[in-house]
Structures are given as structure tokens and as C-alpha cells.
Design a protein around this ligand. Structure first.
Ligand code: GLN
Length: 288
């Protein structure tokens, strides 16, 4: 085989298709382009240039990893989220495009708080790569944030992601199980917590089941453990005009709403993802 980017894309696509990988053509392009640090345009314009031997070896190894069901962005060790490039590690969930909806919905509220107060504090519970918190801080230069995670590995990834994106001065990582090591008051508490029912995890596609950290997925026997923990603690850490923004599973709107209502919150907003599923809930604690 001629060792060019185009030839590797074709080979990867064919082998991914043969293995029954759903987005074979897309994954082949993202993987090969990612290793070459090519844009989509580079893949066309420089597709017939010879690939150096050491890079060829890395592409071949990456193709084998994808065939073993490792997701492309985990293989590359990075992915884009809300315009930021985030590093991934074994202790972090791979940020999902659906989670960008949570950022979209929280952002206008965060900006309104900043325009009223001149600053705002964000707490991201289960921050993982730091995705949600870092995206909010990037979009809102007057805000500062704490990313809490139980995993030391996730926190070092989140801190590195903050530095890499020029947000190190406004982001603090705290190793904490939910609110355990948190103090002070926040304007916005956000979380994309683990929300999969424990018994369902083994039925997930191998890309998720075998490569996202179990602690980032497992929501307990009914999938709602994290929401109960967040709802029970949130008021103590929120300013009176503050809000809680959550990602939820497609069938969790009613139970999560009930949990927050029982703790004295009001449902402020809800949003569906591009697939038409309930995906984001915003709660406030004032009665207006
Ligand atoms: N907050 C991170 C994200 O949304 C991690 C979430 C998690 O691990 N459940 O990507």
C-alpha cells in the first residue's frame, strides 16, 4: 500500500466497515487527520503526500485500537468541546456534544448574573475533563470556577485543560465527592453527573462500557443517586438568586424534577437535545 493520508483513510474505512463500526467513514477521517494534525481541508489538499514512517506506525496502531472499539477521540487523547480542545484521560468521561446544550442554556443566566454583580462563581460537580466549567469560563471572562471530582486523575486532566486553554487563573480543581470538600457560595452549580442505571451499563456499546470510566457513568440502582446528592446539598452552596443546571438521561425529567422540588427548588427551564430527548434541566431556589 502506498503510504499516504488518503490511502490510510481508505484502509481504515474499509476495515472499520468490515468490523461493523457505525460511523466508519467519519471515524477513519477523524482518526487519520487527527494523528497527522491535519484539518479536513488538509486531508484533501495533502492527501497524496507521503506520510513519514514514524507517523505511519502511529496511524496503523490507532486503526488497531479503533478495531478494538476504543473511540477515536480517546485514541487521539483529545477532543473539541464548545470550541475548546480538551485532553482526555482514563479517569475522565469523553465530553459529549449533548452536554454543550447545558452550556448553551446556562450561559445567558451566567452572563446576566455577571452584568448585575460584575463577577460570578461557578461550581461544576463531577467535572471530569473540566468541559462544562471551562466552556462557561471561556465564554464568560468575568467568571471564576471550581471543578470538583472524586478522581485525582480527572482533576489533573481538568487542571491541564484549564492551563492549555488559558483559563488556569480562573479555574480551581478540588478533589471532592459532591459537596464534601466544597465551601463558599456559588452563583451557578452545574453537573453532568453519572446517571446510568447500574444494571444497564453492561448493555451499553463497548465504546462507552469499556472506555468511559465506570464512576462517570454509574448512577446507582435507579440512576438517580447523584441527583439526590446534588439536590440535598445545593442550597447550602448557592446564592439566593443562584441556579442549578443539570444534564439528565432521556427518561429522567420527571424523577429529577421531583427530587429538586422536594428540596425546595423550582424548575426554571428544560431543554431537549437534537434527538428530541429531554437532556437539560435548570432549577432555581427563589420563589419568583
Ligand atoms: N462533567 C464532565 C462532562 O460533562 C464529566 C461528566 C461525568 O463524568 N459524568 O464531560
Amino acid at each position: 500500500m502506498q503510504e499516504t493520508a488518503s490511502a490510510y483513510v481508505r484502509e481504515a474505512r474499509r476495515r472499520f466497515q468490515e468490523a461493523g463500526i457505525a460511523d466508519a467513514a467519519f471515524d477513519a477521517r477523524v482518526l487519520v487527520a487527527g494523528i497527522l494534525e491535519f484539518s479536513g481541508a488538509d486531508l484533501v489538499l495533502r492527501g497524496d503526500d507521503p506520510v513519514p514512517g514514524d507517523v505511519s506506525a502511529r496511524i496503523k496502531a490507532a486503526i488497531e485500537r479503533r478495531l478494538a472499539r476504543e473511540p477515536v477521540h480517546r485514541i487521539l487523547g483529545r477532543r473539541d468541546f464548545y470550541g475548546l480542545e480538551l485532553g482526555l484521560s482514563s479517569g475522565t468521561l469523553e465530553p459529549r456534544p449533548d452536554t454543550e446544550l447545558l452550556v448553551d442554556r446556562v450561559l445567558p443566566h451566567l452572563k446576566a448574573i455577571v452584568s448585575e454583580k460584575g463577577s460570578a462563581r461557578v461550581l461544576d460537580l463531577g467535572t471530569g475533563t473540566g468541559a462544562i466549567c471551562l466552556a462557561l469560563l471561556h465564554e464568560c471572562p468575568q467568571a471564576t470556577g471550581v471543578g470538583a471530582d472524586i478522581s485525582a486523575d480527572a482533576l489533573s486532566t481538568a487542571r491541564a485543560n484549564a492551563e492549555k486553554n488559558g483559563l488556569g487563573g480562573r479555574f480551581e480543581g478540588v478533589q471532592s465527592s459532591w459537596f464534601e470538600k466544597i465551601d463558599g457560595l456559588y452563583d451557578v452549580i452545574v453537573s453532568n453527573p453519572p446517571y446510568i442505571v447500574t444494571s444497564v451499563i453492561e448493555t451499553l456499546e463497548p465504546e462507552v462500557r469499556d472506555f468511559d470510566p465506570p464512576a462517570a457513568l454509574d448512577g446507582g440502582t435507579d440512576g438517580l443517586d447523584a441527583y439526590r446528592a446534588i439536590a440535598a446539598g445545593a442550597k447550602q452552596y448557592l446564592h439566593s438568586q443562584g441556579l442549578v443546571g443539570l444534564e439528565i438521561g432521556y427518561d429522567q425529567k420527571d424523577p429529577v424534577t421531583a427530587i429538586f422540588l422536594s428540596q425546595g427548588f423550582n424548575l426554571l427551564e428544560e431543554a431537549k437535545d437534537l434527538g428530541g430527548n429531554d437532556r437539560v434541566l435548570l432549577f432555581c431556589c427563589n420563589s419568583s
